[in-house]
Design a protein around this ligand. Structure first.
Ligand code: MG
Length: 274
């Protein structure tokens, strides 16, 4: 099932997108949204009688992480290779963690604001995991039990500040540097991810990243085991699983799109800070 968080002008609401996606990962033009009562992460699936036309709503970030976005660096070999000499050397021996604040999250269509402190802001298209329950010390074999679903993310990164600061908090933590969406897919399985779903990033319509989750160095279950060995995850927390090769700079005026035929498209304009 695909769960969207949306607005029609008032408070955020949640709904299930009816029907299948087309070959581009988009719902049909006349797709319906079955409105839910409350946030399904916390109250479960409670359908209402109301339906809306999917085309008539504005999508919001499908989740606002309760406490944190945990991100994994250098988790695709081809990306490790392209970053050699920029932010480091070889592939890590265990998953490399960093955090993005929940205040960096924006939704589909929202603007990525290019800060004046940097001259080199990159896109990083990624698969994102939405955690469904409070958890700690989860063995890899039980990881599926704590997953609510999956969505797409753009781990926007000020590459020059990442080098200058020698750690990544500011470079990856600016407001608007974590687009999430377009919705949460609760059916995608760990086996499908391991077999490989496509993960592509387009800048101004040009294909820049063309990856598959089959190439993840550390798979989702291993990541969850590693993260929860260190810190408690709360329902609504999000894990970004790393980016494939092809990262590159964006400029104000550009439009960036992270897509998967399995998970839809997450599109954001880039604007200069007003
Ligand atoms: Mg990343």
């Amino acid at each position: 099932m695909r769960i969207a968080r949306f607005t029609t002008g008032g408070d955020p609401q949640y709904g299930v997108i009816a029907g299948e996606l087309d070959q581009f990962g988009q719902p049909a033009e006349d797709a319906q949204l079955l409105v839910l009562a409350g946030d399904p992460l916390y109250v479960g699936l409670k359908p209402t009688e109301q339906t809306l036309r999917f085309a008539d709503v504005k999508l919001l970030a499908p989740v606002i992480p309760r406490s944190k976005v945990v991100a994994i660096g250098k988790n695709y070999a081809d990306h490790v290779a392209e970053m050699k000499g920029v932010t480091g050397g070889d592939a890590p021996e265990e998953p490399l963690l960093f955090l993005k604040p929940n205040t960096s999250v924006i939704g589909p269509g929202d603007s990525i604001v290019y800060p004046p402190q940097t001259e080199n802001v990159h896109f990083e298209g990624e698969l994102a995991v939405v955690i469904g329950r409070i958890c700690k010390d989860v063995p890899a074999a039980k990881a599926a039990d704590v997953i609510f679903g999956f969505t797409l993310a753009n781990d926007v990164s000020a590459r020059d500040l990442q080098v200058k600061d020698q750690q990544w908090s500011r470079a990856k933590g600016f407001d608007t540097f974590c687009p999430l969406g377009p919705w949460i897919d609760t059916d995608l399985t760990l086996a499908e991810i391991e077999a490989g779903i496509d993960l592509k990033t387009y800048l101004e319509g040009d294909l820049k990243q063309d990856g598959t989750t089959a190439d993840l160095i550390f798979d989702v279950a291993r990541i969850i085991e590693h993260v929860t060995a260190a810190m408690t995850l709360l329902p609504g927390d999000v894990i970004l699983t790393g980016t494939p090769a092809g990262v590159g700079p964006m400029q104000p005026g550009d439009e960036v799109e992270v897509t998967s035929s399995r998970l839809g498209a997450l599109t954001n304009p880039v604007i200069k800070k007003p």
